[in-house]
Design a protein around this ligand. Sequence first.
Ligand code: SAH
Length: 366
Amino acid sequence: MSEHIGQKEWTKEKLTAWLDVTGTEEEQLFRHSAAVKQEYVGNSVYLRGLIELSNICEKDCYYCGIRRSNCKVHRYTVSHDEVLAAVRFAYEKGFGSVTIQSGEMTSPAFIRRIDRILREAKKITQGEIGITLSCGEQTEETYRRWFESGAERYLLRIETSSEALYRKLHPDDAKHSYARRVEALEALRKTGYQTGTGVMIGLPFQTAEDLADDLLFMKQREIDMCGMGPYIAHADTPLWAFRDQLLPLGARLRLSLRMVSLLRILMPDINIAATTALQAIATEGREEAIRIGANVLMPNITPAQYRDDYLLYENKPVFTRNDEDELAYLAAQLQKINHHIGYYRKGNSPHYRKSDRVQTAEHHRQ
Ligand code: SAH
């Protein structure tokens, strides 16, 4: 590429071209994003202990292993006490924050349950633990209620910013509406959450132009955090039929890294997660993402007996070490690439700290 990376505006064309680079050009891109990251967020990596609360889901997304119609899944819900034990573990080990993720449920019982977890998690950690929710589309009222009970961040992936592609990946009904998902993202911002979104990379029918648009979507919406990773096919889902059309796994990983790299350049001060799906393709996929732009890791702290059942995709890394050993392993891995864990830190998005939503947030909590 003749033009220097940092010069001129990031147009769709320019992003599309950089998404496609390999070899020395890719190295040049990664060097640039690593420097941007160093300048804006440094080499601390923040931890979010991931609790996969339940795989019961009202949705039927064509890519997802825990979709409603997959009757091979053994459905579970982690008990209240087990969730709190996981929160306590994270708190004591200095994780600074947890993420509670779940299949999508909208029943009053589920809403109350999350509420109770939030309040008690705050209580047992003297209000110190940061809590991110990733529980799908809810009403604005529910988002507000959870926010008031102590959730401060919310992760809702748009999955793809292309409405046409979104329709190919989801059933055509009110439960799976692109417009509704965008509205939910807006409602989260309005409520005052640090708002995160993200996409899957290397989906069937997805083009480099779509991915360039995804990056611009995140930039235009001024998101605070991003979790994105490679799409990985699951045998018990409708999209499995298209697996032959996918990029080879190695190429999908590289493309995902270029997405992380470009997003860091576009949005220097946001939090970007090195996601588990990267690790599903390459043992050190997450570390590579951290080297070139990501600054958040989400170690799984779901009670061991449930992990096999939250299989969003094939080969999801479930359980290799106990949680304590995993933490020591990650610390050592990060040291190898000259990074360190930001223990006992919530690791708020610097981007959010600068925004007017900080005031909105304070207003809603009063
Ligand atoms: N119900 C919540 C959380 C869903 S699971 C919500 O709607 O936000 C978390 C994420 O896993 C999804 O947002 C999706 O991006 C990702 N995911 C699902 N199936 C996947 C697959 N086959 N490959 C890679 N990522 C997948």
